[in-house]
Design a protein around this ligand. Sequence first.
Ligand code: FPP
Length: 258
Amino acid sequence: MLDKRKFWKKQDESYELQDQIISIKKQPVPSHIAIIMDGNGRWAKKRALPRIAGHHEGMKVVRKITKLANELGVKTLTLYAFSTENWKRPKMEVDYLMKLPEEFLGSFLPELIEENVRVEMMGYRDSLPSHTVNAVEKAMRDTQNNNGLVLNFALNYGSRSEILDAVKSVLNDCKSGILNENELNEEVFSSYLMTSKHEDPDLLIRTSGEIRLSNFMLWQLAYTEFWFTEVLWPDFSEKHLIEAVREFQNRQRRFGGV
Ligand code: FPP
C-alpha cells in the first residue's frame, strides 16, 4: 500500500529543492566543484556494518549529487574516489572500491547519458584492474558527445606524483626542443597536468570533519574556496551541496588582489 504521508512529504521536499535551485541560479554557480568524499568507514562503523557498506551508500550519494550539480549548471564535478595511497587498505576493501565504478556505471550510465553528463577520469590507469578501467572507459566512450556536466572521477590519483610527472615531461620536452624553457609559465605547466582539459576548481568540499587535502589537486586548488563539513559522505545530501554553493556565493574571491 502506498504510504500517502510519505509520498506527499517527498513531493514537498522535491518542490522545496526546485525552489532552492531556482534561487541559487540567480547568482554565479561554481563552474568546477571538487569533492573529497570522506567518512564512509565511520558511517558504517556507527551502524556496526562492514566498511564496504559505507562505500556502497556513498556511491548512491554520488548519483544524487551529480544530478543536482548538473541541474545547477556546474560544468565539472571532480570526485576523489581512490587515491594512490588507498592501496594500503585491506585487500577486501580495495577490491570492493575497484568494483564500485562498474557497479555505479552499471546502474546509472543510462541515466547519465539521458542527463547529458560526460564521464571522464584522471589518475594512473596502468595499476588499476582492467575491469575497473574498462567500465570507466566504456562510460567515457558512451558519453563522449554529451555536453552537460563533466563527471570527472579521480581514480588512483595522487597530486604529488602528478606534479612530478609533469616536471619530468616538461624537462623531456625542453631537452627535445618541443618546449622552450623561457616559454614555461603557469598556464603551460597546467597543460602538463591530468586536469589539462579542466579549469581549476572554484569550490572544494570535504566531508567528515577532516581538514586536510590528502594529496588532492595541490596545484589546482591554489585559489579555490574550501568548504568543510562534519557530515559523513553517505549522509551528504542535496541540501548540503546547496549550503556549500550558497556559502561560496557569499565569499569574496580576490585572487591575491584587494
Ligand atoms: C573515504 O572514506 C572514501 C573513499 C576512499 C572512497 C570514496 C568512494 C565513494 C564515496 C564511492 C565512489 C563511487 C564511485 C561511483 C566510484 P573513508 O573510507 O576513508 O572513511 P573513514 O575516514 O570514515 O574511514
